[in-house]
Write a protein that binds this ligand. Structure first.
Ligand code: NAD
Ligand code: WQD
Length: 346
């Protein structure tokens, strides 16, 4: 067992739940918190079935400082936190920016305040996003961490940029604090057990949940948003990363923020595969990997979509000793297995 305890905010969420599993597998004591605003307690049962362990957990809202403080009172041995808790729907953030500024800023401010109160709580691993790069200039592809951060295209994206800046300033001001911001590209897939996975509320906005719901017959067909982009097949290109690979990077990041003598006290890592796939390529991988019929057609472009972005993950490969290496067909099969499990399809 490792020294100290890792607090995971948003532990019942998509990436948080997979990360709790990997932390427990790696021998960390954890405590999870979540307010279930975008998740269900069932996810905690899934984690417990996978790990065979009871997971310490508190239902609370990180944007309420008094509530949030309770986890630190109850678990004084917390030495590092992974901060997933946030609102994440890009479209909703345009319609309700205040909800995003309120939750995503206040939750992080409270975590920092509560962390710097006690010098043992020295590490924060923060969920950032490739959205901070906006549409990268072609000469910056694949995107490295030092590529320019462009003005955000949504209030959600702006919260991630602001969160990173807040963390950078606080590291300068509070010597006990060590921070790693992880910029995720497009996380997809589910745990191989099919006991945890992505659970979007309502109509999915993201590609893979839309694909699996269409394959399950819940949606009539997948609309591919635009086939007239300046890419080889006309559809947009992204870097799709397996959620279990992503989760493992958090274990490496926790070890790094807890390292003695770590001089890069605010550090940023891209988490991606390094390979871009077009929407059409991903759809064809899904059909090939699962053998399932997937009705799709081309529709107009979606407003705000960027044409192409994929990561240069070399820094994370080298400094975190981590690599996303699960083949995309396996990843898509895991997403389909999860969808079938949720829908009770044989
Ligand atoms: P998710 O919505 O599944 O998980 C977030 C969890 O946080 C949910 O369980 C939600 O109930 C909880 N939560 C939200 N606000 C809270 C609060 N105030 N107090 C307590 N709990 C709260 O999302 P996810 O996909 O797992 O994303 C996790 C993090 O990664 C987010 O910060 C998100 O912005 C970031 N991220 C996600 C993606 C992606 O495509 N999924 C990409 C880049 C970055
Ligand atoms: C992927 C591709 C769509 C749905 C979003 C956030 C980003 C980050 C990751 C949090 C695009 C196309 C999609 C559909 C389609 N999240 N598509 N039909 O937009 O790359 O990134 O999630 O930080 O900030 O913006 O992901 O899954 O929505 O789309 O053709 O029904 O699939 O146009 O090219 P995106 P996505």
């Amino acid at each position: 067992m490792k020294e100290g305890r890792v607090l995971v905010t948003g532990a019942a969420g998509y990436i948080g739940s997979h990360t709790v599993v990997e932390l427990v597998n790696a021998g960390y004591e954890v405590v999870g918190v979540d307010n279930f605003s975008n998740s269900s307690p069932d996810m905690l049962k899934g984690i417990e079935r996978i790990t065979g362990k009871r997971i310490p957990f508190m239902e609370l809202d990180c944007s309420d400082r008094t509530q949030f403080a309770k986890v630190f009172e109850q678990y004084p041995d917390i030495t590092a936190s992974i901060h997933f808790a946030a609102c994440k729907a890009v479209g909703e953030s345009v319609r309700q920016p205040l909800k995003y500024f309120e939750n995503n800023l206040s939750s992080l401010l409270h975590l920092i305040e509560l962390s710097v109160e006690d010098s043992r709580r020295r590490g924060i691993v923060f969920s950032s996003s490739c959205t901070v790069y906006g549409e990268p200039d072609p000469e910056n592809l694949p995107v490295r961490e030092d590529a320019p951060v462009k003005p955000a295209t949504s209030p959600y994206g702006r919260t991630k940029q602001m969160n990173e800046e807040i963390l950078r300033d606080c590291v300068n001001a509070y010597p006990s604090l060590n921070v790693i911001a992880l910029r995720y590209f497009n996380p997809i897939g589910a745990h191989p057990s099919a006991l945890i996975g992505e659970m979007p509320l309502g109509v999915p906005q993201n590609l893979v949940p839309y694909i699996t719901q269409t394959a399950a017959g819940i949606r009539k067909e997948l609309k591919i948003f635009g086939n007239d982009y300046p890419t080889p097949d006309g559809t947009c290109i992204r870097d799709y990363i397996y959620v279990c690979d992503l989760a493992k990077a958090h274990v490496a990041a926790v070890a790094k923020v807890l390292e003695d003598g770590n001089n890069d006290r605010f550090d940023i890592f891209n988490l991606g595969t390094g390979t871009g796939l077009s929407v059409l390529e991903l759809v064809n991988h899904f059909i090939k990997a699962t053998g399932v019929n997937l009705p799709y057609s081309f529709g107009p472009r979606r407003e705000g979509d960027i044409v192409k972005v994929w990561a240069d993950p070399a820094k994370a490969n080298k400094e975190l000793g981590w690599k996303a290496d699960t083949p995309v067909d396996d990843v898509l099969r895991s997403a389909w297995a999860w969808e079938k499990k949720v829908r009770g399809i044989e």
